[in-house]
Design a protein around this ligand. Structure first.
Ligand code: SF4
Length: 408
């Protein structure tokens, strides 16, 4: 829903800014390291894992667990099961860290099940589970296949432009594991591309024409998409990716609802929590920011993330031992790593959870030079950072030498 809205938003404002999907952390990491010039193209929509974490911890589900949770004194513990080791790293990203407490890969879960001697086939069928995110549609299922994210986005976009009855639900051009780059022309939207694996993305983004040719590009780092993820069970079957893909599309074909916006639980979520796709509330919970590796912006995002979590020691490790932090507040100027740690741990108000938990937000999407920030209390601030490189063993660390905050 959010990515579809973002795509149409860009088309309406006629920005020559093709939307690049961002639900694959392997791809996002690659952009941040190798092609920071693409950052402003990345969709700010969080991945399904991080949406799940934010909604579970800070939405209606947390409030439904009782007064302690509703009042911000406690939070649920969130564990996700993923086909992907990059998801472990994603859960630590500044701006989202803490929303998912632990990430297990599918193979780790399988090993745990085996170690406990649990015989799945012997388990009773009548177990009762809670259902924090409610119903799942076919559009959600196909996210696991290369081309599936784009197909789900197109299903939503077709609805928002009033063409859902005139457009096909299934886009065969976007499917399959054999082709590196797949393309499709979407009436009323434009031409889209799917990069099936990071090598295909490298080829496409090395061309001169992609910005003019496409309105949206899906990239999944693994060939086949998440069904070919590095943490999925290994198989000697050369057809395994195709078989998994067929299984996913068959679940979609048999799903009672195949478009995200038809999901009654999603509709309720927007009614009670998020207002509408692309709203301020939706941005608060479902969108994020990016920064080039080794940039001042990333250092600032990591520092503010530590402040939000009251992780004083982690924050102090980002600073040079003799650093200064000009707070532009009654707390004044703070000198030295240990004083920075003590301020965060002892002098800032206690952290609250659930809907009471507000984070700092970067004021711009991904501009590497823009260090303006909206604080949890809604103030607009600008930061200046001086950095110093320090050798640590064979690594060179970029540390903050001075941090100055100015309230605008
Ligand atoms: S495509 Fe691969 S790297 Fe990307 S989210 Fe899926 S499993 Fe992870």
């Amino acid at each position: 829903m959010e990515e579809g809205t973002e795509l149409l938003g860009r088309l309406k404002t006629q920005q020559n800014l093709p939307l690049l999907t961002s639900c694959c952390p392997g791809w996002v990491n690659w952009v941040e390291i190798n092609r920071p010039d693409l950052l402003s193209h990345l969709s700010t929509t969080k991945s399904p894992q991080q949406m799940h974490g934010a909604l579970t911890k800070r939405g209606a589900f947390a409030r439904s667990l009782g007064a302690e949770f509703a009042q911000g004194q406690a939070e649920p513990y969130v564990v996700s099961v993923m086909p992907c080791t990059a998801k472990k790293d994603e859960a630590q990203r500044p701006g989202v860290s803490g929303d998912v407490d632990h990430v297990l890969t599918t193979r780790e879960l399988a090993r745990m099940i085996k170690a406990r001697g649990i015989a799945f086939n012997a388990l009773p069928e009548d177990g009762a589970f809670d259902n924090p995110l409610g119903e799942s549609t076919g559009a959600a299922q196909i996210f696991g296949a290369s081309g599936g994210v784009m197909e789900a986005v197109v299903r939503t976009a077709a609805h928002f432009i009033g063409q859902q009855d005139n457009m096909p639900l299934e886009w065969q051009q976007m499917r399959g594991v054999a082709q590196g780059v797949k393309t499709a022309d979407i009436p009323g939207v434009g031409k889209v591309a799917i990069c099936n694996g990071i090598a295909s993305a490298q080829t496409l983004f090395a061309t001169e024409t992609w910005r003019d040719e496409f309105v949206a590009i899906e990239v999944m780092a693994c060939v086949g998409g998440c069904l070919g993820g590095g943490s999925e069970p290994k198989s000697m079957d050369p057809q395994v990716l195709e078989k998994r893909m067929q299984a996913i599309y068959s679940i979609d074909a048999n799903a009672p609802r195949r478009r995200s916006y038809e999901n009654p639980d999603i509709q309720t979520l927007y009614q009670i929590e998020l207002n509408q796709p692309g709203s301020e509330q939706a941005h608060d919970l479902l969108h994020t920011h990016y920064a080039a590796r080794h940039s001042k912006r990333l250092l600032l995002m990591r520092f503010l993330d530590c402040v939000d979590r009251r992780a004083g020691q982690e924050a102090a490790e980002l600073f040079h031992p003799d650093a200064t932090w000009q707070t532009a507040s009654p707390l004044g100027e703070i000198k030295g790593q240990s004083n920075i740690q003590a301020l965060i741990e002892q002098r800032l108000p206690a952290r609250h959870y659930a809907t009471h938990y507000q984070r700092h937000k970067m004021a711009s999407r991904a501009d590497p030079e823009n260090l303006s920030v909206i604080t949890p209390s809604g103030e607009l601030c600008r930061f200046q950072i001086e950095t110093q490189s320090v050798q640590s063993g064979s690594d060179t660390l970029l540390l903050i030498k001075s941090l100055t905050r100015e309230v605008l």
